[in-house]
Each structure stands twice: as structure tokens, then as C-alpha cells.
Design a protein around this ligand. Structure first.
Ligand code: HEM
Length: 500
């Protein structure tokens, strides 16, 4: 494992207590005599211990291990005919960004090279407030209704009884939710172990909207394509690195930027109209599906460059709070059910993890001015509205609504009966996984088969059998190859039992 240099600093003035008093001695506590007990009047000692006791904040419930960097987004192609978003309205315009990449299931001390999707979150500090593009390195996701998300995540975490990882949980769950298999195949392909964060693409995964001043909108999916080229780790190398360099991806990103090798991504959108969306074969709001790039080719928008490392990990990376609901005029959500659930969940978790004033933290504070009637709360460190009235409408002035400003959500018609309208599982859920399997070259197919069978083999026979049925429904040959390996690894299983 390599070390990273700690910066050498010249003397920066006198060491002080939290309330600004000079500290005469930072080596020895105050005691009553040489052999006597420690005194409670030693504020520096008490404050130092008490602050230390509170150093940890709750880690993110998912995506706890991550690395981040600052940079900029630059418009390279004009899409002002699609959106009134000001940060997109001029070729050459640059917007500062902060990006955070992460693994999903592990704790904040877990290894970077785990087989897992990678988070790909970008905060755009636009002139009209912050837009957060909170995506992954995969174009699809495991489940398509937010009501299933906590269950899915529980299967990726530790067994509630043993506190150990338990492969039964994930294979059991996935065999009940076969729409997950599209993402499961990506997870067990070589893209499930990217070689660091610089060599992977990023996707909004969900369909979003771009909206014009007059309210007209198009649907878009965002794609960030790495200019470093895709590079993945073999399962063997990823496992080695878990032991020898668990911070592999964090180190790779930090060191590249430190030596001026600034990673960049070309940013594209896939665009389709409301009418086209309704004619698609697959539900455009089902995040387990992709929208064909043949039908809707990528259109370039700009590029993202990361050129500055954080000065302080906790202040900038740990306290960064992204949310798909942090939008700006001209960018709006689609009715994707998962996305709709996320619009609620992220600010909710931030209020728990960082507090009600999380948007005042320097890394989250918009560069655009913030003026409203929210007041107080724990750790309020803005001017808190000063002497202005804390209600509106009022007779004394202060910020007022501006009817001419553009509503983020374009108006659109909805109709139907309130109910729990299930998507159900249909043959269509197996089409895109089948196409993906057939798209892989021989080596990639073999790696996928080896990786997925190797992991399924860790689960109990009943779960092996259940998931195998679905893999065969994707593609008979794919299923047969997985079955062959399962039978080798689990010799006491009869072929009838596996395929019954
Ligand atoms: C992080 C919830 C689906 C990408 C998180 C966090 C929560 C959460 C609670 C922790 C946030 C924090 O503490 O800062 C959910 C829910 C989902 C969902 C309820 C579905 C209903 C997704 C999907 C994607 C995604 C589909 C990608 C397309 C991310 C990323 C982060 C994250 C990138 C880490 C952000 C960061 O770097 O701070 N999610 N998530 N999530 N989620 Fe999700």
C-alpha cells in the first residue's frame, strides 16, 4: 500500500481552543498535583475529548464509501432549443461541478474494488441554483418501484442474525424479482468491477425532462462517457486488491488529479418526445430498461473535467449531499416511479445524516443566492435571514415569489385511477437481458458465466434452482452454461433437482 504525502505547513499562528483561547500546553492535562486526578476545569482537554467523541456522523445508508473531486462542465454543443436551463444556453459556458463516485453496499471502510454498481453523482453549481445528476455507472437498476428499494438494499447488506454477508439473501430476492436480472448481468459482467472511477461511464439511468421557457418538454437520458476509455478489473485482480489496496479507486482518482492528469467525460443526452415515449416498446419510465441508442442516438452536450482534489475529505466529500430533487429551471423529473421515490428519499436522509440545514454547508451551498423564510434549526450558520420578517406575504418586504420565474416541472396531463398498478413480470423483462448476453464477445460471455455461477454457487440449492429458471428464460444456452458450473461446484445436486 502506498502513502500519500501529508502537506508540509509553515507555522500558522497560535493553537487555540474552540472558543479561540490560546492553548498553553497541548501535551499534558491539568491535574491536582503530580499524582492527583484530572481537573474538569481543563476546558481544552474536555472540549477536545468531547468533540472527538462526536466526530462520526451517520454514514450514508448506501454508497458509504466514496471519493470526490471538483471540476467544471463546459457546453460544447447548443441544446438551447430543448431547454431554458441557463447553464446549457451557450457554447463554451462553464459551470463548476463537484463529483462523487462510490460503491453501494459496503460500509465506509469497505474495499473500493468490490463487485457492485458505482455511484456517479455530480453537483452542478449553476447560476440558477444547484442541479444534482445522481446516477450510477450502469444505465439500468435492479428494481423499478421505490417500495422495493429498502428490501433490495437489505439483501446487499449483512444478515440481521449473523452480521455476515449472506448470498442466499440476494439470490432469493432476485429470483422473486426477475426484472432485476438486466442489472444483475451487468453486475456480474466485468463492468461490475471497474478499474477505478476514471474508467467508467455515468448514466442518469432514469428518464428526466428538459423543459423550454414555454413549458414544452422532451424526455432525456443523460450519458457521461469516459474519455479515459473503459477499463475493468478481472474478478481475480479485484479480489487481490481488496486485500492489498482497499482504497484503490480513491487513490487512483486522487493521484491522477494531483499530478495534473485530469479525467474527463463527454456528456450526451438521448432525446425523445412525449409522443415517441408512448410508442416505445418498453416503458420509458421503467428503470430496468434501456432506450435504444439506435432509435435515439446520443447527442453531445458538453464535457465534464475534474481538475481539483478536495482540501478536506470530511468537509467536501463526506458532507456532500446530492439529491435528484435538486433541480433547476429547464430540468425536471419524469414520472419514473423510482425517480419519484428518490425525490423524497435523499433530502430526507440528508436531514437525518447532516441536519435540517444541510444546504448551508459550504459544499452544498448554491453559488446562486438563497433567500427564503426558513429559519433556525440545528447548526444554522448562515445569517438566518437577519432582521427580515420570517413570514410571507407581509407588509415589510423581503424575498417574494416571482411569477415570471420558470417552474421546474413542466405542466403535463395525468389521468387514471388511483391504485397500486403493478408492472408485473412479462416476457419483455427478459428481452433486454437476452440482447445484452448476445452482444457480449466470447471472452466477456465466459467471464459473466464464471462470475455469476461462482456467486450463485454460494447460495443454498433451492435459491440456485430458482434463479437458474430465470437465467434459462433469458437464454437457454446461458442457463445451460451456468448450470454446468453449478453442478461442478455443488456435486450433491442432481440435475433433476436443478432443473425440475
Ligand atoms: C445514495 C436512496 C435509487 C444513485 C443514496 C442514499 C439514499 C438513497 C438514502 C444516501 C444518500 C446520502 O446519505 O447522502 C435511494 C432510493 C432509491 C435509490 C430510495 C430508489 C427508490 C438509486 C438509483 C441510483 C442511485 C436508481 C442511480 C441511478 C445513488 C448515488 C448515491 C445514492 C450515486 C450516492 C450519492 C453520493 O455520492 O453522495 N440513495 N436510492 N440511487 N444513490 Fe440512491
Amino acid at each position: 500500500m502506498k502513502s500519500t504525502d501529508i502537506q508540509q505547513n509553515s507555522h500558522l499562528g497560535t493553537l487555540t481552543t474552540g472558543n479561540g483561547n490560546p492553548v498553553p500546553n497541548n501535551q499534558t492535562s491539568q491535574t491536582a498535583g503530580y499524582y492527583g486526578p484530572v481537573l474538569i476545569q481543563d476546558f481544552h482537554l474536555i472540549d477536545k475529548l468531547a468533540h472527538f467523541d462526536r466526530e462520526r456522523i451517520p454514514e450514508r445508508v448506501v454508497h458509504a464509501k466514496g471519493a470526490g473531486a471538483h471540476g467544471y462542465f463546459e457546453v460544447t454543443k447548443d441544446i438551447s432549443h430543448l431547454t431554458c436551463a441557463k447553464f446549457l444556453n451557450q457554447i463554451g459556458k462553464r459551470t463548476p461541478v463537484f463529483a462523487r463516485f462510490s460503491t453501494v453496499g459496503g460500509e465506509s471502510g469497505s474495499a473500493d474494488t468490490a463487485r457492485d454498481p458505482r455511484g456517479f453523482a455530480v453537483k452542478f453549481y449553476t447560476e440558477e441554483g444547484n442541479w444534482d445528476m445522481v446516477g450510477n455507472n450502469t444505465p439500468v437498476f435492479f428494481v423499478r418501484d421505490p417500495i422495493k428499494f429498502p428490501d433490495f438494499i437489505h439483501t446487499q447488506k449483512r444478515d440481521p442474525r449473523t452480521h455476515m454477508k449472506n448470498p442466499d439473501m440476494q439470490w432469493d430476492f432476485w429470483s422473486h424479482v426477475p426484472e432485476a436480472l438486466h442489472q444483475v448481468m451487468i453486475l456480474f459482467s466485468n463492468r461490475g468491477t471497474p478499474d477505478g472511477y476514471r474508467h467508467m461511464h455515468g448514466y442518469s439511468s432514469h428518464t428526466l425532462k428538459l423543459v423550454k421557457e414555454n413549458g414544452e418538454f422532451v424526455y432525456v437520458k443523460w450519458h457521461f462517457r469516459t474519455n479515459q476509455g473503459i477499463k475493468n478489473l478481472s474478478a481475480k485482480r479485484a479480489a487481490e486488491l481488496e486485500g492489498t489496496d482497499p482504497d484503490y479507486a480513491t487513490r487512483d482518482l486522487f493521484e491522477a488529479i494531483e499530478k495534473g492528469d485530469h479525467p474527463s467525460w463527454t456528456v450526451y443526452v438521448q432525446v425523445f418526445s412525449e409522443e415517441e415515449a408512448m410508442k416505445l416498446k418498453y416503458n420509458p419510465f421503467d428503470v430496468t430498461k434501456v432506450v435504444s441508442q439506435k432509435d435515439f442516438p446520443l447527442q453531445e452536450v458538453g464535457r465534464m473535467v475534474l481538475d481539483r482534489n478536495p482540501e478536506n475529505y470530511f468537509a467536501e466529500v463526506e458532507q456532500a449531499a446530492f439529491s435528484p430533487s435538486h433541480m433547476v429551471p429547464g430540468v425536471a423529473p419524469s414520472p419514473d416511479r423510482m425517480l419519484q421515490g428518490r425525490l423524497f428519499s435523499y433530502p430526507d436522509t440528508h436531514r437525518h445524516r447532516l441536519g435540517a440545514n444541510y444546504l448551508q454547508l459550504p459544499i452544498n451551498r448554491p453559488t446562486a443566492s438563497v433567500r427564503n423564510h426558513q429559519r433556525d434549526g440545528p447548526m444554522c450558520f448562515s445569517e438566518n435571514g437577519g432582521r427580515l420578517p420570517n413570514y410571507e406575504p407581509n407588509s415589510f418586504g423581503g424575498p417574494q415569489q416571482s411569477p415570471q420565474s420558470r417552474e421546474i416541472a413542466a405542466q403535463f396531463a395525468v389521468e387514471g385511477t388511483v391504485g397500486r398498478h403493478s408492472y408485473g413480470v412479462t416476457d419483455e423483462d427478459f428481452d433486454q437481458p437476452r440482447a445484452l448476453y448476445r452482444l457480449l464477445d466470447a471472452k466477456e460471455q465466459q467471464d459473466l458465466v464464471d462470475n455469476i455461477a461462482g456467486n450463485i454457487a454460494l447460495a443454498k440449492p433451492v435459491f440456485q434452482r430458482n434463479i437458474l429458471q430465470h437465467i434459462k428464460r433469458i437464454d437457454e444456452e446461458f442457463g445451460a452454461r451456468v448450470e454446468t458450473i453449478l453442478k461442478q461446484k455443488t456435486p450433491d445436486l442432481t440435475s433433476e433437482y436443478l432443473t425440475e
